[in-house]
Write a protein of this length. Structure first.
Length: 72
């Protein structure tokens, strides 16, 4: 996963956790605007989320953040 996407995921997770608490869940769509302006990046995130890790549609933000941080 490219560095820019990892950073964006961590930033979004931090914001969601700060705003809604440690139990907040999210999907990989949370890292993108409603407009699909970068389909390659969206597919990269989807492949990591669904194909590689077989995660549920919604996962805890703290779990996703930890997984991504471990990649760094």
């Amino acid at each position: 996963m490219r560095a820019g996407l990892r950073e964006k995921i961590i930033d979004v997770c931090n914001k969601k956790i700060k705003d809604k608490g440690a139990d907040v869940g999210l999907s990989f769509y949370a890292f993108f605007a409603n407009k699909n302006d970068n389909p390659a990046l969206l597919m990269e995130a989807a492949e990591w989320w669904i194909k590689r890790h077989q995660l549920d549609h919604f996962e805890k933000a703290v779990k996703i953040k930890k997984m991504v941080e471990e990649m760094m």
